[in-house]
Design a protein around this ligand. Sequence first.
Ligand code: FE
Ligand code: FE
Length: 166
Amino acid sequence: MAVKTEMGLEDLFIDTLKDIYYAEKQIVKALPKMAKAAQDPSLKAGFEKHMGETEVHIERLEQVFEIIGKPARGKTCDAILGILEEGKSIMEDYKGTIALDAGLIAAAQAVEHYEMARYGTLRTWAEQLGYADAAKLLETTLLEERTTDQTLTKLAEAGGDNAKAA
Ligand code: FE
Ligand code: FE
């Protein structure tokens, strides 16, 4: 009787790593455009800071691929392409308006939430698969994504206050 070869958690882990690796590489290309578009200097600085962090996220993923003994390769992630496309539309449609920064923050938070979902899952799977060092790397990035999201929330709230004062 033929033994059925099944895809396991390890395969799912690798596929999902490829997904976020592809996504991070798209994000690092989008962030300079978002920084350029941002009107509030704090938001601009926030995007620039996260650009540097994102470069490190890519390096950490390469370390994770090394730990599991697989080549670092991306796999098209339709979700991030869609989220970034929406961000691009906001930049075009709200260019020169008072709502532009609010739209940029919303677009960026959608990106961060996607990343948080992925890194949370990957961290847990790495633990379950016995890759403790990989889990630590993924957790470190997860915390940076979460901090970025919280910073964006504060900027959104400050922007709302400014709008009310104006
Ligand atoms: Fe990231
Ligand atoms: Fe991020």
